[in-house]
Design a protein around this ligand. Sequence first.
Ligand code: ZN
Length: 59
Amino acid sequence: MRACRHCKNINDAQVCPVCKNTEFSDDYSGLLVVVDPENSILAEKLETKEQGNYALKIR
Ligand SMILES: [Zn+2]
C-alpha cells in the first residue's frame, strides 16, 4: 500500500481513486480512516469527500 502525495489516500492503485494523481509515496506514517466523509471533521481537514484510509504524514 502506498499513500497518494496529493490527497494522502492510501491505496494499491496505479492512479489515485480519489484525486486521480499518480504520485505515491511508500514513506508515510499514521493512519486515518474516513468512514463518513459527509459528517467527518477529519475528511474536512483532508479536503476529501471519499471514504478510505489516509496517511497522517507523508515524507
Ligand atoms: Zn490522491
